[in-house]
Design a protein around this ligand. Structure first.
Ligand SMILES: [Zn+2]
Length: 86
């Protein structure tokens, strides 16, 4: 059993690659802005993509265990880097 001392609303979950045929939903740290053109998005809906199958099968070089993957989502922008404008 995992021991979390966090409010449930502050727990972030993300799909993470661990190895070929091993993709899990992990608890991850809160995101931070690292670059001027970064945004932080509160994801409200997501899906997998056909290109995710290449990752799942271990066919994408350079992947590290724990890499957070995904590019098919929608949500609310909650924070932006200084370079981002509406
Ligand atoms: Zn896609």
């Amino acid at each position: 059993m995992m021991d979390f001392h966090l409010c449930w609303r502050s727990v972030r979950r993300a799909r993470a690659y661990h190895s070929a045929h091993e993709v899990k939903v992990d608890t991850v740290p809160d995101p931070i802005l690292r670059h001027a053109d970064d945004i932080i998005l509160r994801v409200s809906a997501t899906a997998i993509c056909g290109s995710d199958l290449h990752l799942y099968r271990g066919k994408v070089p350079g992947r590290m265990s724990g890499d957070i993957r995904g590019h098919e989502f929608m949500g609310e922008v909650v924070e932006t880097g200084w370079w981002c404008r509406a």
